[in-house]
Design a protein around this ligand. Structure first.
Ligand code: V47
Length: 371
C-alpha cells in the first residue's frame, strides 16, 4: 500500500491507475492504454515518481561508457526504413573498421577509465562470427576491467542465420570471447503491423524475445527498448510493453528499459515530426508504472537532450545512461545533442534536479572513483 498516493487528487481518467498504484497492484492492458494516451502527464509523473523513489530513493545512476560502431554496412539498409545509420557497401557514408581500428578506437576514446564499451553495428554480409570473437577477445585483452555490452538481438539473430548455428551457440562463443551483456536495441515495436512498415523482413518479435530468453537462461543480463513516435498506435505499444513484462516475469534478466524517441532525419520512412517533450515524459512515466518488474528506466540523454532527461528523473527515470563518447546512431538521424558528456557535467545535471548521482557499472554495482 502506498499511502501517500491520494486517488482523489488525480483526474477521473487516472483514478483506476492511481488506485492500482496505491494498492501496489499491477496495471493491466486498459490502464496501460490510459497511461499512453492521457493528457494528464504531470499527474502520471507524480505516480511514476512515487514508484521510482520507492525503488531507488533519490539515487540517479550513470556510467562511464563509450560507443563503438565497427561498421554501418548492413544487409537491412532498405528494410529498416527508420534507420539513418545503415549503409550499403558502396555508399559514400559506409564504413568498416579493421580489428586494429576497433581496438585503437577504444583506446583513443578513454581506454581504462571506461567501465563499459557499448558495441553495435550493421549486419555486415562478409564479417563472420570469428571476426567478432577476435574483436571481443582483443578488447578484453587490452581493457580487462571494461564490460563488453555488445550486439543487439538483431545482430545475434543475424550471426546465427549467417553461420547456420543456434542462437545459444552464438552467445556461448561470444561469451567465451568476452561478451558481458546485451544492449536493448532492435526491438522497435513488436507488432507485425508496425514492423511491416518500418522494418519489414527483419527479425520478428518472437525471435527478438527468444534471443533475450536464451541469453537470460545463460545468466547474461540485457536491456530492452521501444522505439516510439513514428507510425505506431497506442495499442501497439501496450502490446510491446506487456510482452516485455511477460518475458521479465519468466526470466528476470532485464536490467533496464529505454524508451527511444524516433528521430526523422536522413532515412527512408518519410516522416517529418520529432516527438514532443510531453510524449517523451509520458513514455518514461508509463514505462515506470507498467514495467513493475524491470528495475531501471533510462532517460537516454543523447536521445531526448540533457534538459529533458533531467526532468525525466522526476517522471520515473532513475538512469541517464553514460558519458557515451561518441554516439553515432542518433546523430546520423538528426540529434542535436552533444556526442559526449563528462562525469562532472552528468553529476551537475543530476544534483541540480535534487538527486544524488551514483556512478554504476553495467550491472548496476556502484563505483567509487578517487577524486
Ligand atoms: O535499435 C535507430 C534506434 C537503437 C533511429 O541497451 C533510432 O543500454 C530513433 O538500442 N530514431 C539503438 N531511434 C540504440 C539503443 C540503445 C541506446 C542506448 C542504450 C542502450 C542500452 C541501447 O536506436 C536501434 C533503434 O531502435 N534507432 N534509428 C532513429 N532514426
Amino acid at each position: 500500500m502506498r499511502a501517500t498516493i491520494d486517488p482523489a487528487s488525480f483526474p477521473a481518467e487516472l483514478a483506476e491507475v492511481a488506485a492500482r498504484v496505491r494498492a501496489g497492484e499491477r496495471l493491466g492492458e486498459a490502464e496501460t492504454l490510459t497511461c499512453l494516451t492521457t493528457p494528464h502527464v504531470l499527474h502520471l509523473g507524480r505516480l511514476a515518481d512515487a514508484v521510482r523513489r520507492e525503488l531507488h530513493g533519490d539515487r540517479v545512476f550513470f556510467n562511464v561508457n563509450r560507443h563503438i560502431n565497427p561498421t554501418n554496412i548492413c544487409v537491412y539498409t532498405y528494410n529498416c526504413k527508420f534507420c539513418s545509420f545503415a549503409a550499403l557497401k558502396d555508399e559514400p557514408h559506409a564504413w568498416q573498421m579493421t580489428l586494429d581500428e576497433v581496438w585503437q578506437n577504444a583506446a583513443d576514446q578513454g581506454g581504462n577509465d571506461v567501465t563499459e564499451f557499448h558495441i553495435v553495428g550493421g549486419l555486415h554480409p562478409d564479417l563472420d562470427l570469428a571476426w567478432y570473437e577476435r574483436m571481443l577477445a582483443g578488447l578484453r585483452e587490452r581493457f580487462p576491467s571494461a564490460h563488453l555490452k555488445a550486439f543487439t538481438a538483431i545482430e545475434i539473430g543475424w550471426f546465427a542465420r549467417r553461420e547456420k548455428i543456434p542462437i545459444r551457440e552464438v552467445l556461448e562463443r561470444l561469451t567465451a570471447a568476452g561478451l558481458g551483456s546485451l544492449p536493448g536495441g532492435g526491438a522497435e515495436i513488436f507488432h507485425p503491423e508496425v514492423r511491416e512498415v518500418i522494418c519489414d523482413g527483419k527479425l520478428d518479435a518472437d525471435e527478438w524475445i527468444e534471443v533475450h530468453r536464451v541469453a537470460h537462461g545463460m545468466g547474461l543480463k540485457s536491456n530492452c527498448t521501444m522505439l516510439y513516435g513514428h507510425v505506431e498506435s497506442p495499442a501497439h505499444k501496450v502490446d510491446h510493453l506487456l510482452r516485455l513484462r511477460a518475458l521479465q516475469d519468466e526470466t528476470g534478466g532485464f536490467n533496464a528499459f529505454i524508451p527511444l524517441a524516433y528521430h526523422p532525419e536522413n532515412n527512408y520512412l518519410g516522416l517529418r515530426w520529432h516527438t514532443t517533450g510531453l510524449d517523451d515524459l509520458r513514455h518514461i512515466a508509463t514505462a515506470r508504472l507498467v514495467l513493475d518488474n524491470i528495475p531501471h528506466v533510462k532517460a537516454y540523454w543523447v536521445m531526448i537532450g540533457p534538459k529533458l532527461a533531467q526532468l525525466a528523473l522526476s517522471f520515473g527515470a532513475d538512469d541517464l545512461d553514460g558519458t557515451v563518447v561518441r554516439e553515432t546512431i542518433y546523430h546520423m538521424a538528426g540529434a542535436e545533442t552533444a556526442q559526449a558528456m563528462a562525469i562532472p557535467e552528468l553529476e551537475r545535471v543530476i544534483r541540480a534536479a535534487g538527486f544524488t548521482p551514483v556512478e554504476r557499472d553495467t550491472l548496476y554495482n556502484p563505483i567509487h572513483r578517487a577524486a
